[in-house]
Design a protein around this ligand. Structure first.
Ligand code: CP
Length: 348
């Protein structure tokens, strides 16, 4: 934890293996702690976390707010529809308004790529200490989702030591709409950093071949990759190629709202070719867990009975793990500016 240096959390391309370890280790401790009701941790007492979601959310927003409250922070929730955005106030002025009210952390979601980064840069330029945490931006990044997926998989493979090492040499298959998925992009950085090989499966319109090189170079503006050895990325077109030997399967929501071009003509056909069912998963050759970041289009990405089969589906587990992961992120960000909460030492 002592090496944590991210003031803002904008993507996972800049995360080192130590960063992943810090988040997973801390989240595992939070997950094991009874921190509801009166037994909240005082770590963020006197701090203000504002959730600025300019795009709809159920899971991310609620779990960030719950995470902040469990660490004793004050929480302010911004709702675009009833805000002064409708009177012409800019997004930056909206953010500055929350900073003026004392926000220590802004959790920002926006449908346009790089809005959280632009806000972070603007606040840095004006000397504000407020940190920005990306709650999902356009097609770019959804770091807290990537981390909760990583933790969920690590915990599945090694419940006693759910750390990055648990992913080493695993074959993780991601199926579906990779092109429009910030979750897939964050998972690619996180999983390959931990030594997993990732197989992307879908039609060329949703899984372009050039995703094989996605993690080969850091994104523009980042000088180097902090991870020395990453797992591989492969692109295949059929589940028959993808699933044999898989250790886990993740399917992604078909993002109809982002499909400005006609990339898919027929949802029934997508389900026939790429929809996951109990029968299809037998291709893996062994029982494997199924993940989905949600929200799910039942009957499209997967059969409804598979989603409800808790011996296979980790979807609710992913939601549950979102809270300790987000507690860990808020805790670590607060610790950049101050001493860590001594009450954590007691939990070992
Ligand atoms: N996975 C995810 O980001 O869900 P929400 O859109 O409900 O936050």
């Amino acid at each position: 934890m002592s090496g944590w240096s991210h003031r803002h959390i904008l993507d996972l391309a800049s995360f080192s293996l130590e960063d992943y370890s810090s988040v997973l280790e801390l989240a595992h401790r939070f997950r094991s702690m009874p921190v509801t009701g009166a037994r909240k941790l005082p770590a963020l007492q006197g701090r203000l976390v504002a959730t600025l979601f300019f795009e709809p959310s159920t899971r991310t927003r609620s779990s960030f707010e719950l995470a902040a409250r469990r660490l004793s922070a004050d929480v302010q929730s911004f709702t675009p529809a009833s805000s002064s955005l409708s009177k012409g106030e800019t997004l930056l002025d909206t953010a500055r308004t929350y900073v003026a009210m004392g926000a220590d952390v802004l959790v920002v979601r926006h449908s346009s790529t790089s809005v959280p980064e632009q806000l972070a840069c603007a606040l840095d330029r004006s000397g504000e200490r407020t940190a920005v945490l990306n709650g999902g931006d356009g097609l770019h990044s959804h770091p807290s989702q990537g981390l909760l997926d990583l933790y969920t998989l690590a915990h599945h493979f090694d419940p006693d030591h759910p750390l990055p090492e648990a992913l080493q040499d695993k074959r993780i298959v991601i199926v579906g709409d990779v092109l429009h998925s910030r979750v897939a992009r964050s998972n690619l950085w996180a999983l390959t950093a931990c030594g997993a090989d990732v197989v992307l499966c879908g039609p060329p319109s949703l899984v372009p071949q050039d995703f094989v090189a996605f993690v080969e170079a850091p994104p523009p503006g980042q000088a180097h990759d902090p991870v020395q050895h990453r797992g591989c990325v492969e692109v295949v077109r059929t589940l028959e190629e993808a699933l044999p030997g898989a250790d886990a399967v993740m399917t992604l929501r078909l993002q109809k709202e982002r499909m400005h071009q006609h990339l898919l003509t027929d949802l029934n056909r997508f389900h026939r070719d790429y929809g996951l069912t109990h029968e299809r998963l037998k291709l893996c050759g062994k029982p494997v867990p199924l993940l989905h970041p949600g929200p799910v289009n039942r009957g499209v990405e997967l059969g409804g009975s598979l989603l409800d089969d808790h011996s296979i589906s980790l979807v609710e587990e992913q939601v549950r793990n979102g809270i300790p992961i987000r507690m860990a992120l808020l805790y670590l960000m607060a610790a950049v500016d101050s001493s860590p909460d001594p009450s954590l030492a007691a939990i070992g």
